[in-house]
Each structure stands twice: as structure tokens, then as C-alpha cells.
Design a binder for this molecule. Structure first.
Ligand code: HEM
Length: 455
């Protein structure tokens, strides 16, 4: 049965938001985890662009379609905040991260952090990534049931500790592995159903993990302040905005913990989606491999990676098919409107690019893997400014998107030149959306060592 969220003020001409509460206690949480697209499609069919649904005792509005997403993300009247929205999901573990800040504070931090993602810095990161990827892939042992997602997750976490922390000279191997575990605990805690620090729960492990990460970064921070190197940890200690503002020690720590999270699962799922579809479409795999081999190097520069045009089309298509951040959280801090609907102060808002990416109105045959839709002669993504929005939009648009593209292409370049792989044409990844999407079977691929690596 549908109910309205709140009655609009008299004479406002605004529509109420209709929706449904789902199962007792859990609401639509299980339906979302299993198949968010089906849940959103049902809301779209029944209620249109703006509707409400319930998640573990809390009502959220679903903002669907590019027009509605654009309105919230552009946030012209500043009625929506990130902090109160994201905090209920990940706040205790990732507070202080750029995505959880608002208004002037957000602007100040973003202006400083932008200096960490300039073209020159990304070029240096690519130079550091190449040998790290190369040596990590030496450890891959191909099999016909190789768990690609699982291996990619380890790879990207290793790269993050290398590239983001510079290995942190002086730290021991056991310290680094406890940091990795603490980080994973924080990520997993964000989706815990029990949200109290009861011993033995994911929530408690997450809180403990946060403490481990804080202590670790605080211990090594003075050395990073003293010596400027190219890793992100050191960079955050030294950058300043054009107005000369810098991060305090606490701010560096908060940002490091958040950036590890922002960079890790998002890149991993993109890579694993690319491996899946390239495994199912050998012509595309050959085409991408031919471009990579033509570079004839195992140390491609950022510009080289930029020139891998087929890989770029594949990456964009995979970001469309499986959006690493399927929904973005916001909260209304005062009464406002979305597409003519009344949104009362306090409403939790989920903006859903993943749904837009599968709308047949904008993407012909949306479930088909068709990278050419992004080619210059088609540019289906241009049909609406917010038709393709895997990196969000507005003032919180992903700051790491160019870094992410470079890292993903660098890893794919190394994979394509070393291996070929095959995935059954009928395989459908069993995606779990408990947090960011991941294939619950670890994504098996038939992986073969094909070429001796280009040196
Ligand atoms: C395929 C990979 C990635 C995807 C799809 C992705 C997606 C997103 C999205 C959708 C947002 C906006 C969230 C919102 O508006 O609430 C975001 C924000 C952010 N991302 Fe990414 N991201 C990726 C990789 C990265 C990487 C590699 C980094 C850093 C190294 C990064 C750093 C950030 C930061 C700092 C923000 C917050 C920006 C702000 O609030 O001003 N992301 N990302």
C-alpha cells in the first residue's frame, strides 16, 4: 500500500512524495542488497522520479532519473548536505573525509586537496604504479577458475599501501597487514545491521579498526611532515591551496583513511567488471590488447594510457553497467523540493546514478555491453548532462576520477599484455550490494598466461 511521506504546505502547489515501507524492521534493505535495480524500477513504475522507501527503520527518498539526480546534486538552494546523509552509513569510520564535509569547510578542504590530484601528480603516480603492478602480477598463478575479483582486491589494496603511503618506511610487514585488516574492518562495519559496539560484531571491529588506522598514521606523520616525497600521505602533509591553507595533522589522518576507502573498492569493482566483459567479448579483448601491445612498454606514461582509446570505451561502458557507487546519500536540512515534490527538512535522500545508467529512455538496449555507445560518432552519454554520472556531479564530484582512470588503465594494460582470459558468455555476476557492489563468487575467469611481459 502506498503512503505519502509528508503533506506539502498549503498553497505550495508541490506534490507529496508517495512510497512504501516494505517488510517490518528491515524495510527494503534485503531487496536492495539483492537487486537494487529491480527495487528502483518498481518505485519508478509506481511513483515516478521521486518516491520513498524504507531501510532498517529509516525512510529514504529515491531520486531517480537524470533530471531529478541533477537537481539534487547541483543543490542550487543548498538544502541538501552530505554530512548528515553519508554519516548514517559510514560516519563512525570515515568521518572527516572530504565527501562528508559541507559548505565552506568542504570548499576549504577541496581547494587544498585538489593540489594532490594535478596532472603532474598523477603522472608521478603512474610511474610508481607500473613497477608495483608488474611485481604484484608476478604472483598471479593462472587457473581455469581464477577468482579475478578476489585477486584484484588484494592487488588494489597493496597498491594503495604502496602508492598512498609510500610503503611507510620503517613500518614492519605485520604493521602493514594489521593496517590493511583495520581498513577492511572499517569498510565492512559500514554495512553492519547491528550498529552498537557489541563485542564480536562487525560494528565493534570497525571502531577498533578506525583506532588502529588513526594510531598508525599519527605515528608516521612527523616523518612525512619532515620529508616531502611523492606518496599521497606525504603530499597531503605538504600541499597548500592557492590561498596558502594547509591540512592540520588530524585532517591529514582523516583524509588518508577516507581516501583509502574512496579509491579501493570503486577501482576494484570497475576492474573486475572490465575483466568479466572482456572475457565474454574476445573481440574487444583483442582490440584492447592490440592497442596495449602497440605501446610496446611495461612502463606506459599517463599520456600513453590516455591514448588507449578502446580501453577507455570499455571502462566507460563498465562504469555504466555496474556503477561502483550505485547511490549517493544526502539529507535535507530545510524544507525543499525535488522535481515539484515536497521534501521536508530531515529527509534522507538517495541519488541513484545506477538506475539512470540502465534507463532504456537514455541507453538503447541498456543491458547490452556496447562500448561503442561512447564513441565520438554516437556519444549516447551526451543525450543528457546526467545520463552518465558514475563519478557524481556538483561540488562533490569525484576528485580522484582521473587518478582512478589512470590506475584502472595501468592495471588493465599490464593484464592484457601478460594474460588472456575467457568468461562464459552466459555468466551473470552474482552482485551483492550490501555496500559497494561486488561479485559474491569472487568472479571466476579462465585465465591463461599468454605473452611474456613486455619489458
Ligand atoms: C572508479 C573509481 C571511482 C568511482 C566510480 C568514484 C565515484 C565517486 C562518487 C560517485 C563520488 C561522489 C559522492 C557524492 O557526491 O556523495 C566520489 C567522491 C570522491 N571520490 Fe571517488 N570514485 C572513484 C575513485 C576514486 C579515487 C581513486 C579517489 C582518490 C584517490 C577518489 C576520491 C574521491 C573523493 C576525495 C571524493 C569526495 C569529493 C568531494 O566530496 O568533494 N575516488 N567518488
Amino acid at each position: 500500500m502506498s503512503k505519502i511521506l509528508a503533506r506539502p504546505p498549503m498553497n505550495s502547489q508541490l506534490q507529496p512524495i508517495s512510497g512504501r515501507s516494505g517488510l517490518p524492521l528491515v524495510g527494503h534493505a534485503l531487496a536492495y542488497i539483492r537487486d537494487p535495480l529491480a527495487l528502483m524500477q518498481e518505485n519508478w513504475d509506481r511513483f515516478g522520479e521521486v518516491s520513498w522507501f524504507s531501510m532498517v527503520g529509516r525512510k529514504w527518498i529515491a531520486v531517480l532519473g537524470p533530471d531529478a539526480c541533477q537537481e539534487v546534486l547541483q543543490n542550487k538552494d543548498r538544502a541538501f548536505v552530505n554530512s548528515d546523509g553519508w554519516s548514517v552509513l559510514i560516519g563512525p569510520f570515515f568521518h572527516g573525509g572530504l565527501m562528508l564535509l559541507d559548505s565552506e569547510e568542504h570548499l576549504r578542504h577541496r581547494r587544498i586537496m585538489q593540489q594532490a590530484f594535478t596532472r603532474t601528480r598523477i603522472e608521478k603516480s603512474v610511474d610508481a604504479l607500473n613497477p608495483a603492478i608488474d611485481s604484484a602480477l608476478d604472483a598471479w598463478s593462472p587457473t581455469d577458475e581464477f577468482r579475478a575479483y578476489t585477486a584484484l582486491k588484494t592487488l588494489t589494496l597493496d597498491l594503495a599501501t604502496d602508492i598512498f603511503m609510500g610503503g611507510v618506511e620503517g613500518s614492519t610487514e605485520s604493521e602493514i597487514s594489521s593496517v590493511k585488516k583495520a581498513f577492511v574492518d572499517c569498510v565492512q562495519a559500514a554495512t553492519s545491521l547491528i550498529r552498537y559496539p557489541v563485542p564480536g560484531t562487525r560494528w565493534k571491529r570497525g571502531l577498533d579498526g578506525r583506532r588502529v588506522l588513526e594510531e598508525f598514521f599519527r605515528r608516521y606523520l612527523p616523518a612525512r611532515r619532515n620529508l616531502e616525497t611523492d606518496d599521497l600521505f606525504s603530499v597531503l602533509c605538504h600541499i597548500e591551496s592557492e590561498a596558502g591553507q594547509r591540512f592540520s595533522d588530524d585532517e591529514v589522518i582523516d583524509h588518508m583513511i577516507f581516501l583509502l576507502m574512496a579509491a579501493h573498492d570503486t577501482s576494484t569493482i570497475t576492474l573486475s567488471t572490465m575483466m568479466q566483459y572482456l572475457g565474454q567479448h574476445p573481440k574487444w579483448q583483442d582490440r584492447c590488447r592490440a592497442e596495449s601491445l602497440a605501446l610496446a612498454t611495461s612502463t606506459p606514461s599517463y599520456a600513453d594510457l590516455d591514448g588507449l582509446s578502446s580501453l577507455d570505451l570499455v571502462m566507460k561502458e563498465c562504469l555504466r553497467l555496474v556503477s561502483p557507487v550505485p547511490v549517493m546519500a544526502r539529507r535535507a536540512v530545510r524544507d525543499t523540493r525535488v522535481r515539484g515534490h515536497f521534501v521536508p527538512a530531515g529527509t534522507y535522500v538517495s541519488v541513484a546514478p545506477h538506475f539512470t545508467h540502465h534507463m532504456a529512455q537514455y541507453w538503447p538496449d541498456p543491458e547490452r555491453f556496447d562500448p561503442e555507445r561512447f564513441a565520438e560518432n554516437r556519444r549516447e552519454d551526451k543525450v543528457h548532462r546526467y545520463a552518465w554520472e558514475p563519478f557524481g556531479g556538483g561540488v562533490h564530484k569525484c576528485l580522484g576520477m582521473h587518478f582512478a582512470g589512470a590506475e584502472i588503465k595501468a592495471i588493465m594494460h599490464h593484464l592484457l599484455t601478460r594474460f588472456d582470459w575467457n568468461v562464459d558468455a552466459d555468466y551473470v555476476a552474482p552482485l551483492d550490494f550490501t555496500s559497494l557492489p561486488f561479485p559474491s563468487d569472487g568472479q571466476p575467469v579462465d585465465l591463461r598466461r599468454r605473452y611474456s611481459p613486455v619489458r
